[in-house]
Design a protein around this ligand. Structure first.
Ligand SMILES: Nc1nc2c(c(=O)[nH]1)N[C@H]1C(S)=C(S)[C@@H](COP(=O)(O)O)O[C@H]1N2
Ligand SMILES: [Mo]
Length: 300
């Protein structure tokens, strides 16, 4: 059941925005009645999955290629040409090549995933992404047995990305995952949100989403994927290895050297904007087995 990457709203598995809004109003009413603080754990988990509005998700962004301010991407990212688009997939794969966006998406099953999203800066959102599992793309190109890691690169276009003039990071933005992390069913290649094509400021036309890791692992506007046998360099680790590790799993017990990671602030929450406890693996306990026997304080 492949779908076009335009993510038309007619598809059966989409939740229309007005239904999200109705649920939001319901939770708002609960909060107004003073029940928010006394909700049992089950209800708290539901509260955590109340999606942020389209407006919130698309106007408070980190996309340093378009500036370092939270509203710079919404102002500047319209200059990025996202169609046509292709991803160069290479390294330790059976079928290396330039895969057009249309070609990729025609072979993938686009679904909706409502995920928590936790930035290393200690703010969070809940986002209804549209996309497909990275595992399916890796299957399509055939991973060679020697491959152990997946490296990702953001498009590098000085003419379209005003932030590239500033040496904030060593451009292009690069990221990486261990192969088992990349193949985990939670790991998404996102092509849209709220059933709409991915807005430029959120990483159009295609980005990574790894919901149990800090947001900077979720690299935007990907034009290169390389399978390797060595841990690939990653932008924030290169910029400051003391503060940002390769793994960067959300972990309330491992503080950033300059601030606590024990709590977080949900963006745009109104009554819910009080700080919430941060959850191990951002609440995605099913990934714990990937790290069995690893010291997650040393491998932060
Ligand atoms: N290429 C690129 N990808 C990026 C970033 C960036 O600056 N450039 N910022 C990261 C950070 S720090 C976060 S928190 C998320 C933000 O995603 P959002 O703007 O969709 O919320 O994107 C990540 N991916
Ligand atoms: Mo972030």
């Amino acid at each position: 059941m492949s779908r076009r990457w335009t993510n038309d709203l007619s598809r059966a598995d989409a939740t229309p925005e007005h239904l999200f809004l109705n649920r939001r109003q319901l939770f708002g009413a609960l909060g107004a009645a003073g029940l928010g603080a006394a909700l049992p754990m089950g209800a708290r988990a539901q509260d955590a999955l109340e999606p942020n509005s389209f407006e919130e998700i698309t106007s408070y962004n980190n996309y340093y290629e378009f500036g370092t301010g939270k509203t710079d991407p919404v102002k500047n990212a319209h200059t990025l040409t996202t169609d046509p688009w292709a991803i160069t997939i290479g390294g330790l794969v059976e079928k290396p090549g330039d895969y057009s966006m249309a070609d990729i998406v025609s072979q993938m099953d686009i679904e909706e995933r409502v995920y928590r999203f936790r930035c290393v800066e200690a703010w969070s959102m809940v986002v209804p992404w549209n996309g497909f599992e990275l595992a399916d793309l890796l299957e399509m190109v055939g991973v060679k047995p020697e491959a152990k890691y997946v490296a990702f690169e953001t498009v590098y276009r000085p003419d379209e990305m005003p932030g590239l003039r500033y040496p904030v990071l060593d451009w292009p933005y690069v990221e990486g995952l261990r192969l088992d992390e990349a193949r985990h069913p939670l790991t998404l290649m996102a092509t849209g949100l709220y059933g709409k094509p991915m807005p430029n400021q959120n990483g159009a036309p295609i980005r990574l989403i790894v919901p149990w890791k800090y947001g900077f692992k979720s690299i935007k506007s990907i034009d290169r994927i390389t399978l390797t046998d060595k841990e690939p360099p990653t932008s924030w680790n290169k910029a400051n290895p003391r503060e940002y590790g390769f793994y960067s799993n959300v972990n309330p017990e491992v503080d950033h050297p300059r601030w606590s990671q024990a709590t977080e602030r949900k963006i745009g929450g109104g009554l819910f904007s009080r700080r919430e406890p941060t959850l191990m693996f951002n609440g995605y306990d099913e990934v714990a087995s990937l790290y069995e026997g690893m010291d997650l304080k040393a491998n932060f």
